[in-house]
Design a protein. Structure first.
Length: 510
């Protein structure tokens, strides 16, 4: 029997499933297997009939929905026209990542596994149902599931057992190689540049650079919570949306974090480079070629994320200081997860702060590995708080700036909310790339159907959009229950919405 190529396909919304898929890929490489790791929507699903060994890793989002980067695959796989035996050559395994506090726990993984069997595939082992609510997190399921996976793979292909595995102490080749250019050019500030007119439909891969119109604090200055009412101009875009839809954007890292990262890794921020893949991986499409180090760190690497177990696993392979290596190995082991939780997750320690805590290992880190070490900044979603009928060519959102204290000296701050709060259109034109996605919150289409809405705090945002949309269409039978801590400090949208004690609403367009 010929040696197979293991294909690992993932559907990930926040990066957790991607991290698990890449972990499987690394383990496969250490076992000397040929392996490819890819997002599901970057894989041609028509080729699935010719694959022999595939591991699917998928998260469940919202109310049992598939992640954005596997929806095209999902629609294709569930075509009724697909013949029952079309995947009879395929041996597969499915690992789901979910949260048991939701009713449709790991719904996508369960449904995918059932569909693969319907199409004739053979399952190597029962579907893995990792649970974020477990005391040890998803790894409580993933670790034993992976051990069983490799047992089944080697039982299916016995000749693979004859090859000596790569030592855990030896770093794997990086996914990408950096090629630095001799010339250094000052990078322009894209936020203040008027973008050219967009000629392709707005999407996640082609976001629209919306001009920031206003950024107003709507809570009292003495109130502990900073909440912003932010408005974007989407003139010249093809963006359409309705009540309940969400707007997505990717934030940028703070300038001070960019500078600290470059200092720790001894990188020149304005240095320009190109990337080449060392295996079948595709170069990240969001990174221009050539690219500056500043752009890479500011707009792509999530240096402020709380690092996962895989971060410490890779760091340990570079450690030459014995004390640092011992601690990194502990954090990357199954037995050390409780201590890792106390070190990282509980105080929300960032990856950048971990680099500072392990200076000897950081000094040994090669730049080629930064894209393996740091995840990509993920999009953030906000409920749209306005309606096109009353605010043409505008998108408004309500953003609570996340700030809190832990045992860390520096207070913690949400990456996106903190970044948005820092943008000031009075200091010059600012453009934020964004796109709109259909939301899971829907409203009746019938004009005579009354609607009761409950939206305390910033949860009022989608209902403000619904009120504007329904009022503009003559649908006035609306009841909104709104709650706040103080009428004088955090009563959002008080001017455009006049709340009466009989729960009727007088609406004013402003």
């Amino acid at each position: 029997m010929s040696t197979p190529t293991l294909l690992v396909l993932y559907g990930s919304q926040t990066g957790t499933a991607q991290d698990a898929a890449q972990r499987i890929g690394r383990q496969a490489k250490r076992k000397r297997l040929q392996v490819r790791v890819s997002p599901l929507d970057q894989y041609d699903v028509a080729d699935l009939i010719s694959e022999s060994l595939v591991v699917f890793v998928c998260a469940t989002t919202g109310q049992g929905e598939a992640p954005d980067n596997m929806k095209n695959f999902w629609r294709f796989l569930f075509r009724k026209s697909l013949p029952a035996g079309s995947l009879n050559r395929l041996d597969c395994a499915v690992l789901g990542l979910g949260d048991s506090s939701y009713p449709k726990f790991n719904f996508v993984a369960k449904k995918l596994h059932k569909r693969l069997l319907q199409l004739g595939a053979s399952s190597l082992l029962p579907v893995g149902l990792a649970d974020d609510q477990h005391d040890l997190g998803s790894d409580a399921v993933i670790d034993p599931w992976l051990a069983l996976l490799w047992e089944q793979v080697f039982a299916l292909f016995p000749t693979l057992s004859d090859v000596e595995a790569l030592s855990e102490d030896e770093p794997l080749p990086p996914t990408y190689t950096f090629h630095f250019l001799d010339d250094v050019k000052e990078e322009a500030d894209d936020q203040g540049r008027i973008p050219p007119q967009q000629t392709v439909p707005v999407s996640q891969s082609h976001p629209f650079p919306a001009r920031l119109v206003s950024n107003q604090r709507v809570t009292d200055p003495a109130h502990f919570q900073d909440v912003r009412h932010i408005e974007f101009d989407i003139t010249r875009s093809d963006i359409k949306f309705g009540a309940g839809d969400v707007v997505n954007m990717r934030p940028c890292n703070a300038a001070e974090d960019v500078e600290q990262f470059c200092q720790l890794l001894r990188l020149e921020p304005e240095a320009r480079f190109t990337l080449s893949a060392t295996d079948a991986a595709a170069v990240p499409v969001r990174l221009p070629q050539p690219c500056t180090v500043r752009h890479l760190v500011e707009s792509y690497l999530d240096v402020g994320a709380v690092p996962r177990r895989s971060f410490f696993e890779l760091m340990s392979t570079f450690a030459t200081n014995e004390l640092e290596r011992e601690k990194l190995l502990e954090f990357s082991s199954a037995a050390g997860q409780a201590e890792l939780h106390d070190y990282c997750n509980r105080p929300r320690r960032t990856a950048l702060e971990v680099l500072s805590d392990f200076p000897h290992t950081t000094a040994e880190l090669k730049v080629d590995y930064v894209l393996d070490l740091f995840p990509e900044i993920q999009p953030r979603s906000f409920s749209i708080a306005s309606a096109l009928q009353l605010h043409p060519n505008r998108i408004q959102i309500l953003v609570a700036v996340v700030r809190y204290k832990t045992k860390m000296f520096k207070p913690r701050q949400g990456l996106c909310s903190g970044w948005l709060a820092s943008l000031d259109p009075a200091q010059g034109e600012v453009f934020v790339p964004l796109w709109v996605k259909k939301g899971s919150l829907t409203f009746p289409k019938e004009s005579d159907t009354p609607v009761i809405m409950v939206g305390p705090g910033t949860g009022v945002a989608p209902f403000r959009s619904a009120l504007q949309e329904r009022t503009a269409a003559g649908r006035t039978d609306n009841v909104l229950f709104f709650g706040c801590r103080s009428e004088s400090k955090d009563f959002y949208f008080r001017r455009p919405l006049f709340y009466r004690r009989d729960f009727t609403i007088q609406f004013e367009s402003r």
